[in-house]
Design a protein around this ligand. Structure first.
Ligand SMILES: Cc1ncc(C[n+]2csc(CCOP(=O)(O)OP(=O)(O)O)c2C)c(N)n1
Ligand SMILES: [Mg+2]
Length: 360
């Protein structure tokens, strides 16, 4: 039988589960950077927990929690330049925020407001993708455009382990490598696609090794180690920016919560399994230990950071609630740059019905 263990895919890790690592390797990260990284991750955790509660209170719609995946998202996004494009799925709320998306936008999105699908003009963040894997093609196209125009922007698509079974993923990988476009395929392998565990998703030992077939570099990184993720992503982005083509990164992580607020994970995995990850491999814990060793963390600071995050959440929520409710007539404006004749007719009909008070 083919022995996949021969393939060169050791996991990149700088900080182990207890916050220890090679001192020399850790010296490359400044105190300021470590605090920024940790504060973002802490804030992301608070936001995720609040959003989950708000869904239970009926304040927002269906929500896909990302707790456990903060290091993968924040670590990777902080390695980008503001001009770089990101193509998120519904799971990457933390990545979107750290790349500049205002929290109010997230509230618009989870409250089903039309504004939630529109990124403010100056931000290079694609709308949140629900169709599994589709954004891999959009990112590849965007990166190809940058290459043709001679621009230096890199495109990063975020997707899950389940997305690697979609044709879109393979088409995007193939095209990106043939045309050597500056795109990074960043897979958050959180080990489940709803109820399907990763060993039922693929027979490959790693997702990273799928890169070999397309003639591109693949790297497996500990997705709960924010420093390893940052370093891996920085190298990938620098090389793509220098014209050295695409890369596939597999960040091995774990979704601590349900797939979405409509899911009950106890139906397909043991509570014990999730608890083990929460207790032993929490991405925040190991970074906090490092910060503490450097004298950068105290309980008071933590409390202040959490309080600040909570205030921001309350303010963003209130701003979103105060926004004028959209009308059914508006949604047609945001489908294409120039609306088709059919859409125009539908919009006119919606306007007529609205006048007749048949719709809102
Ligand atoms: C093309 C397509 N097929 C099926 C679905 C239904 N669906 C929503 S989420 C999901 C699982 C995706 O798992 P993964 O790619 O691992 O991402 P994760 O949710 O774990 O972040 C599926 C099958 C969909 N949204 N799009
Ligand atoms: Mg998954």
């Amino acid at each position: 039988m083919f022995d996949q263990n021969q393939l060169p895919f050791d996991m990149v890790q700088l900080l182990d589960e207890n916050g220890n690592g090679d001192e020399e390797a850790l010296q490359q990260f400044s105190d300021e950077f470590l605090v920024t990284l940790y504060k973002w991750m802490r804030k992301a955790r608070v936001i995720d927990e609040r959003l989950l509660k708000m869904q239970r209170q009926g304040r927002i719609g269906t929500y896909a929690p990302f707790s456990g995946q903060e290091a993968a998202q924040i670590g990777s996004v902080l390695a980008l330049e503001k001009e770089d494009w990101i193509f998120p799925s519904y799971r990457e709320i933390a990545a979107c925020l750290a790349h500049g998306l205002p929290l109010t936008q997230i509230f618009h999105y989870v409250r089903g407001h039309v504004l939630g699908g529109r990124t403010p003009e100056h931000l290079n963040i694609f709308p949140i993708q629900i169709i599994i894997g589709a954004q891999t093609l959009h990112a590849t196209g965007c990166a190809w455009a940058a290459k043709l125009k001679g621009e230096k922007q890199v495109s990063v698509c975020y997707f899950g382990d389940g997305a690697t079974s979609e044709g879109d993923f393979h088409e995007a990988m193939n095209f990106a490598s043939v045309y050597q476009v500056p795109v990074i395929f960043f897979c958050q392998n959180n080990q489940y696609a709803i109820s399907v565990p990763v060993h039922k998703q693929t027979a490959s030992r790693t997702i990273a090794q799928k890169a070999i077939a397309y003639g591109m570099k693949g790297v497996l990184v500990d997705g709960n180690d924010a420093l390893a993720v940052y370093k891996t992503m920085k190298e990938a982005v620098d090389s793509a920016r220098n014209g050295e083509g695409p890369m596939l990164i597999e960040a091995l992580t774990y979704r601590l919560g349900p797939h979405t607020t409509s899911d009950d994970p106890t139906k397909y995995r043991s509570a014990e399994e999730a608890e083990q990850w929460r207790r032993k491999k929490d991405p925040l814990h190991r970074l906090r230990v490092l910060l503490e060793k450097r004298g950068l963390w105290t309980e008071e600071k933590e409390e202040a950071w959490v309080a600040q995050a909570n205030d921001e959440i309350t303010a963003a929520y209130e701003e979103a609630v105060a926004a004028e409710t959209g009308s059914i007539v508006d949604v047609f404006d945001y489908v294409y740059g120039k609306p088709s004749k059919l859409l125009q007719e539908q919009q006119q009909e919606a306007a007529r019905r609205k006048q007749g008070k048949e719709v809102k």
